[in-house]
Write a protein of this length. Structure first.
Length: 349
């Protein structure tokens, strides 16, 4: 198992600090620095900045939103980033959710599985530098009734095969991820609950005639160092509260549904009610300590090393740590502690 750092969203006044995190992760031998986008900063710009100021660490999109770009535009961006970074780019994709897709991008949130499948097909076709002609249900290239013609990507990228990851939560999307992607970007990954989603990913691999060999199970976890577990959990609380309570509507929130499947139905309903009533502190306080602890790395180095062993044994190949809190010195120290814990755990790849 390898470590990665999740830089999250950019532009919240922590830009210089996030760059410092990426640089420290690079120095420590972390595998990837991931960045996210919603409706603020965009991933490609951030990753180009990070790649220009690091040397070894891969830069990954977690994720580039499918409704935000045509598949051809995503292939252009991926090839350009991979070239500029010297072959260090990883492409993570996700369908986002109805509120962002329809409210921000003006793209109907329908047929997410079919659209994802065709999107990945076209991205890979373009990156292979073949002429792009595609006749799908959701994408037709060239358009059948106009002057367009099949074109070929003109960028000679560092690689013709860039690793494609999918951020998936629901059972059918997990199976699709296993079938068509090179890796899974997992959120709220708990080793005790992992057999269910990993089984769905594995089913997709088998459907495609593949095994889990070479497939990157890339799980994101909060990281908070200290001797008091409850105190460690406090700076983590706002994150699950946001996703379980407010990342989507009351009727369609994939992360809330995930919490329900994990056995936290009553808590998930309470968190959502409080969050949608704009009672954000109360929503954070309502997140069960057990949920935070099971999906995070909390405590002293030795306890974190034990948890890393559990992640590795269940099948995680990349552990994406997100240091909690606002103190950048503390967050950088947490990265170092995580690296030491991985050595202590004896599961480093």
């Amino acid at each position: 198992m390898r470590l990665a750092v999740n830089l999250g969203y950019w532009g919240a006044g922590n830009d210089a600090g996030n760059l410092a995190l990426a640089r420290e992760a690079d120095r420590l031998g972390y595998a990837v620095a991931w960045a996210a986008e919603a409706y603020g900063s965009d991933v490609p710009t951030v990753l180009s900045w990070v790649a220009a100021q690091t040397t070894r660490i891969d830069v990954g999109a977690a994720v580039m939103q499918i409704p935000a770009r045509t598949p051809a535009a995503t292939a252009m961006t991926a090839a350009t980033l991979d070239t500029l970074s010297g072959g260090r780019f990883r492409l993570g994709l996700g369908v986002s959710g109805p509120q962002v897709s329809e409210g921000w991008h003006g793209v109907r949130f329908d047929h997410p599985l079919g659209r994802t499948r065709e999107y990945v097909d076209i991205v890979r076709l373009a990156l292979s530098r073949k002429r792009v002609a595609y006749d799908g249900r959701h994408y037709q290239l060239p358009l059948p009734d106009g002057p367009g013609k099949a074109l070929q990507l003109t960028v000679h990228g560092a690689r013709t095969e860039i690793p494609v990851y999918i951020a998936s939560v629901g059972p059918k999307n997990l199976e699709l991820t296993g079938e068509i992607a090179d890796g899974w970007l997992a959120i709220f990954f708990a080793p005790d609950f992992a057999p269910e989603p990993l089984g769905q990913v594995r089913a997709g691999r088998e459907k495609a005639g593949k095994t889990m060999e070479g497939f990157d199970v890339s799980a994101s976890v909060a990281l908070s160092i200290g001797d008091d577990i409850e105190a460690c959990a406090e700076p983590v609380r706002p994150y699950p509260a946001l996703y379980i309570g407010g990342m989507g509507s009351r009727e369609k929130n994939f992360y809330n549904q995930l919490a329900v499947r994990m056995g936290y139905g009553e808590a998930a309903a309470k968190i959502q009610d409080l969050f949608l009533d704009r009672k954000y502190r109360e929503a954070a306080a309502a997140v069960p300590l057990e949920f935070i602890d099971s999906t995070s790395l909390l405590g002293p180095k030795e306890r974190i090393a034990e948890k890393m062993q559990a992640y590795a044994q269940i099948g995680v190949t990349t552990l994406n740590v997100s240091p909690a809190g606002n103190d950048m010195d503390v967050k950088i120290a947490a990265l170092r502690t995580a690296a030491e814990a991985l050595d202590l755990a004896g599961v480093a790849a």
